[in-house]
Design a protein around this ligand. Sequence first.
Ligand SMILES: [Ca+2]
Ligand SMILES: [Ca+2]
Length: 188
Amino acid sequence: MLGKTQIGDTFLRHRSIKYIGPSVVLSTMRFSIPLLILYTTVIEGIQSNIEELEAKCREGPNADYELEQEGNTFMCLEWSFWSDTFDNAKNYCQISGTRLGVFDTWDKMKILQRRTRPTWIGLDDIQIEGRYQWHDGQEFRDPALSGFFHKYEPSDSERVEDCVILSGSLLNDVPCTSSFLFVCEKVL
Ligand SMILES: [Ca+2]
Ligand SMILES: [Ca+2]
């Protein structure tokens, strides 16, 4: 009697597994299809956002601006191919309605670090010695950004270093009258 029940149970369990099998597949599909649609919608949304940013970055008479990405960060930048003083570089950007690049996060810094030649950025302590300001008006005082500068920099050597370049992979203050490449940033 007990033996028969065990055999019967096993038989039923096998039947159930065989029978339930397709419905498990169907329910997985029912779960997966909306997820797939959601995933596709999100990807399409991100893609159209990037296309919008690219269009906005390239619009206007100056076609040299390009969109660069690091993680969720996008920057619209023009990298000069000639060197100039800090003031001239700043004026060049301003004439185009932009500013020297503000690289105030590590993601933005990573975008800057893709360049290897010394390059002016939008950071200086011209107004008050030792108080660095980004060219969007923010003061440079976030301790998380202290690693942006080389060791022992900013040094204000001979009390004439008020403008900042990327030098190697980190920042350095140098005399504003020196000539370097520069980077303009269009705010999107
Ligand atoms: Ca200085
Ligand atoms: Ca220095």
